[in-house]
Design a protein around this ligand. Structure first.
Ligand code: SF4
Length: 70
């Protein structure tokens, strides 16, 4: 299934950098916190890398990466 949206529960993030390592297309560390890159707001960008994003979400130690899929 293709992702249409991805976001972080920022207050739960422990800035471990795992998601940036696992999927740098979407996640990046900046100023000590993790962010979703602006281009990841576009479903056309997100769709082809859906599995990689889901794997990064599964690997997040505090499960704060959320997504919607169709
Ligand atoms: S893997 Fe999870 S806890 Fe670690 S930086 Fe990414 S969102 Fe934050």
């Amino acid at each position: 299934m293709a992702l249409t949206k991805v976001w972080l529960e920022q207050s739960d993030c422990i800035s471990c950098e795992a998601c940036e390592s696992n999927c740098p297309e979407v996640f990046e560390m900046g100023d000590g916190e993790c962010k979703v890159k602006p281009e990841a707001a576009d479903p056309a960008y997100l769709g082809p890398i859906s599995e990689k994003v889901k794997e990064a979400a599964a690997a997040c130690p505090v499960e704060c990466i959320k997504f919607e899929e169709v």
